[in-house]
Design a protein around this ligand. Structure first.
Ligand SMILES: *Cc1c(COP(=O)(O)O)cnc(C)c1O
Length: 346
């Protein structure tokens, strides 16, 4: 049997997501939090919760969505829960289809999922400040009429927020949905777009718990008008978020003090790390509104592999930019170890 002939051509040419599983002492490659948001809340997982595992989870994640709505100052009917925000990106593209427009470099899943679902994708380069090239966007919106536009702000991997007025211009111009992916919003001092869902019918905002200490739970949220929630909800698999993740997230959201102070720690470490990186000859770090720093060096590959040899794993972003690397802000000792190793290699 020839599997190659059976498989859809758009899947055949796709490459599976390569999460680097290089075992390293210090892991600064995936933008996770160095701190678990769950310390002190382990009692949330009672014997009762575990004994209820013979039952399916709440398909609507009712109490979790209620708590999230309260935290974000919207209504529960403005919220849809995903098994990570990756799944919501998948559901959005499944429900609305393409063309799918996004700037590059950005989060790879917008392109990967579009291709997996056989939808057309349109990539527009960012300008030399890593901001949105509004002229190119306006032209593309006019000529190609994208059904979906994905804007990661703060942007992964460049770390910056896009200018608010440029995002607004795109929202106003687009006849399709504009998805502002706020995976890193809590690390930024710029405003969230969530309050604007009342004003703009075509605005969708994505949030995730993955970057603020709960990546292992796999929980993301889509925030939009109820009509969009209802449509995307039709393609969501009924029990997409398991009951343990629902319970643990509920506990974490009921007491957000730990999460907030962890975020503050990461922000202050980011500032310290940036100052140290600026001092290094041959290293060009870019200002960041997120929990990672994008930087350029002359020979990205050799710095990346040199760091691995010293037990420090960061992300090679050569696909995004020549000599582009991305380091996640870790705990103070991890950042110190990264800096020390980087200096030695340079
Ligand atoms: C990490 C990341 C996500 C994925 O989040 P999950 O909730 O873990 O699926 C989404 N968008 C961007 C821009 C990210 O960097």
């Amino acid at each position: 049997m020839d599997i190659n002939k059976l498989i859809k051509p758009n899947i055949r040419s796709l490459r599976a997501y390569q999460a680097e599983e290089i075992p390293c002492r210090i892991k600064l490659d995936a933008n996770e939090s160095p701190y678990s948001a769950i310390s002190g809340q382990l009692s949330a997982l009672s014997r009762e919760n575990l004994q209820a595992l013979n039952r399916y989870p709440d398909p609507h994640a009712t109490s979790l969505r209620y708590l999230m709505a309260k935290a974000l100052k919207v209504k529960p009917q403005n919220i849809l829960h995903g098994n990570g925000s990756d799944e919501l990106i998948y559901n959005l593209i499944m429900a609305f289809g393409g063309p799918v427009l996004y700037p590059v470099p950005t989060f790879s899943m917008y392109g990967v999922i579009s291709q997996a679902l056989g939808e057309r994708k349109i990539e527009v380069p960012l300008d030399n400040q890593f901001d949105l090239d509004t002229d190119a966007f306006m032209k593309t919106i006019k000529t190609r009429d994208p059904k979906l536009i994905f804007l990661s702000s703060p942007n992964n991997p460049t770390g910056n927020c896009f200018s608010e007025d440029r995002i607004l211009k795109i929202i106003r111009q687009s006849k399709g949905l504009v998805v502002v992916d706020e995976a890193y919003q809590q690390f930024s001092d710029k405003r969230s777009f969530i309050p604007l869902i009342k004003k703009y019918e075509n605005l969708v905002v994505l949030r995730t718990l993955s970057k603020i200490g709960l990546a292992g739970l796999r929980l993301g949220f889509m925030i939009s008008g109820p009509e969009i929630v209802n449509e995307v909800n039709k393609v969501r698999l009924p029990f997409n978020v398991n009951s343990l993740s629902q319970k643990v997230a509920e506990a974490a959201l009921q007491d957000k003090r730990q999460m907030r102070s962890d975020i503050r720690l990461v922000i202050s470490e980011r500032k310290r790390l940036f100052k140290e990186m600026v001092k290094l000859d041959g290293v060009k770090p870019y200002p960041s509104d997120a929990n990672f720093i994008f930087f350029k060096v002359d020979n990205g590959d050799s710095i990346h592999s040199g760091l691995i040899r010293k037990g420090v794993l960061i992300r090679n972003m050569k696909g995004a930019a020549d000599g582009g690397l991305r380091v996640t802000v870790g705990a103070p000792a991890e950042n110190a170890a990264f800096l020390k190793a980087l200096k030695q290699i340079l």
